[in-house]
Design a protein around this ligand. Structure first.
Ligand SMILES: [Zn+2]
Length: 212
């Protein structure tokens, strides 16, 4: 089945906590998956835009409140791990602060850096909407979450269902989670410190992905 995947509920909780922790900035991360497994491993990443100073933000249209850019060094290490282990990049997640969990034009642009098809056509993109009811003094919460995937037929990113099944959130409801093993969050974190910079280096200058 094409790109079926599932996120364990505890891992989804980590993603949501990551989104809340970064609010009012956007969080970001990557899903990787072994070929014979349904459950993904979640790799929270650093939105490098959050490290920009006020002066830099003045010069550029994007900052971490409305965009994200995965730290290229973290991504290089992650992709080296993927290449070394035969895993695949199964998807990405990021949050929108005080904005709908849509797949924005900027998200689309960021996912299609090299042509008319996505760089990762099988990838699932999970977008979380974080809002603080009552304004800045309100306690932020994850108001909604949606997943998207590239559709060859419509040549567009389309919503895909997220369904809870036991302790899993399954992106493709036809998949059978009972047959597969699962990994947890950050199982590879800290294991790969390779200096090698694979092809992703060419993507490290990817544009900001503005939220709305
Ligand atoms: Zn976005």
């Amino acid at each position: 089945m094409r790109g079926a995947l599932a996120i364990r509920q505890p891992d989804l909780a980590v993603i949501r906590a990551h989104a809340l922790r970064e609010y009012p900035c956007e969080c970001c991360g990557v899903f990787t998956q072994a070929p014979d497994e349904l459950c993904v491993t979640v790799h929270p990443c650093t939105n490098i835009l959050s490290r920009r100073g006020a002066a830099e933000r003045e010069r550029g249209p994007c900052d971490a409140r409305t965009a994200y850019l995965i730290d290229p060094r973290e991504l290089a290490r992650l992709l080296a791990f993927v290449e070394a282990t035969g895993r695949v990049v199964a998807g990405f997640y990021h949050s929108h602060a005080d904005a709908a969990p849509s797949f924005s034009p900027a998200d689309r642009q960021g996912a299609m850096l090299f042509g008319d098809e996505p760089d990762y056509p099988e990838a699932v993109h999970l977008v979380l909407s974080v809002r603080a009811p009552g304004g800045a003094r309100g306690r932020p919460c994850v108001a909604a979450q949606r997943a998207f995937r590239w559709s060859q037929r419509s040549a567009e990113f389309v919503p895909v269902s997220l369904r809870a099944r036991g302790r899993l959130v399954v992106v493709d409801p036809a998949a059978c989670p009972a047959r597969t093993a699962c990994h947890g969050v950050d199982r590879v974190e800290g294991q790969q410190r390779m200096a090698r910079i694979p092809r992703w280096q060419s993507k490290s200058a990817s544009p900001c992905r503005c939220a709305s």
